[in-house]
Design a protein around this ligand. Structure first.
Ligand code: AVI
Length: 324
């Protein structure tokens, strides 16, 4: 009990110091990892079910059409392995694969990892109900924390899932550091399946992050509401506007909140001045070409085992292997 409270206090301190630091920077910014409180998780679920957010259906399409092939690549001779998923969320796509592996009686342990305890709790109860025979153990934490424990794993082959184009929320440097870190923590023959949104018609991409119902805008405003709720901030949400942009050259879809008036905002006794139309950068959702993705794989010590595309070629699930 005390340990839980202590953890919460440490987390809140980190949130406060990151927000104060980000808003004091020359270009104001707040990390998109703070989108995901209970309300943020709910809004993200809505986003994933929006028609405009094509990413979910594209990856579902890949999983439905290739589940048998994926199961064979993960365990060609039905040998036991660890299936570790980073950013598991509601497990919508993974459940297709889990059922396939169970149907083939392939022995595996599923380890979903998520920063949101709330998302994990929900996944936990749905898995217990839908797949009572599944062996699984959820871990709440940062990917990097869990990565450092990988080497101590039980001697079985490790297969990491990193779906939903979560890699897109990293800068180029962070993405390379992350995949390289995974590369060094894995053993020869271990696999990484990475789901990535591809470069495409800029209008299609922009609409996914600027839906007409304003659900994605609400996702961003919730960040300011969260600061008001948890850190005692006094943001007036009506004076901020959601502003996504997409640059086809870099593949970066960036979200920002623009202050539509000149104003001051107070958080924890610190005052932040906003010029009219000044931005707080909130999120990067980078889109890749297959070529860029393969370059990332090789630079981080992997070779490419398979590329699986949806029918529209919007998205790829690329399976990488640590060479022996
Ligand atoms: C979680 N992540 C991959 C989503 C994305 O597409 O960048 C988060 C999101 N932001 C706005 N819509 C969805």
């Amino acid at each position: 009990m005390f340990e839980t409270i202590e953890k919460e206090v440490v987390k809140n301190k980190q949130f406060l110091s990151d927000v104060l630091k980000g808003l004091s920077a020359e270009t104001k910014h707040i990390s998109s990892k703070y989108f995901y409180d209970k309300k943020g998780d709910e809004i993200f679920q809505q986003i994933m079910h929006m028609d405009e957010y094509y990413l979910t259906n594209a990856e579902l399409d890949i999983f439905k059409s290739n589940k048998c092939e994926i199961a064979k690549i993960f365990s060609p001779d039905k040998e036991a392995f660890n299936l570790i998923e980073f950013g598991a969320g509601d497990g919508l796509k993974t459940k297709i694969l889990l059922k396939e592996l169970l149907n083939h009686e392939i022995p595996f342990d599923y380890v979903p990892v998520d920063i949101s305890q709330n998302a994990l709790d929900q996944l936990n109860s749905s898995l217990k109900e839908e797949m009572p025979n599944l062996s699984f153990q959820g871990i709440q934490g940062d990917y990097f924390e869990v990565l450092s424990r990988l080497k101590e794993s039980n001697g079985k082959r490790n297969v990491i899932l990193f779906l939903g184009s979560n890699i897109g929320n990293f800068t180029n440097e962070e993405a390379l550091a992350f995949t390289s870190d995974i590369g060094t923590k894995l053993n020869a023959g271990d696999l990484l399946l990475i789901g990535v949104d591809l470069k495409k018609d800029p209008r299609k991409i922009l609409l996914a992050y600027n839906d007409p119902k304003g659900i994605t805008a609400e996702f961003n405003y919730n960040l300011l509401r969260r600061i008001n709720r948890e850190l005692g901030g006094n943001f007036n949400i009506d004076t901020f506007e959601h502003h996504p942009t997409y640059d086809p050259v870099t593949g970066e879809c960036k979200s920002a909140l623009l202050s539509n008036i000149e104003q001051e905002v107070v958080i924890d006794d610190e005052t932040f001045h906003f010029a009219q139309w000044e931005a707080i950068h909130t999120e990067i959702s980078r889109k890749y070409s297959v070529k860029q993705l393969h370059k990332l794989a090789r630079k981080s010590g992997f070779s490419i085992k398979a590329d699986l595309f949806d029918t529209n070629q919007y998205f790829v699930d690329s399976i990488w292997e640590i060479s022996p």
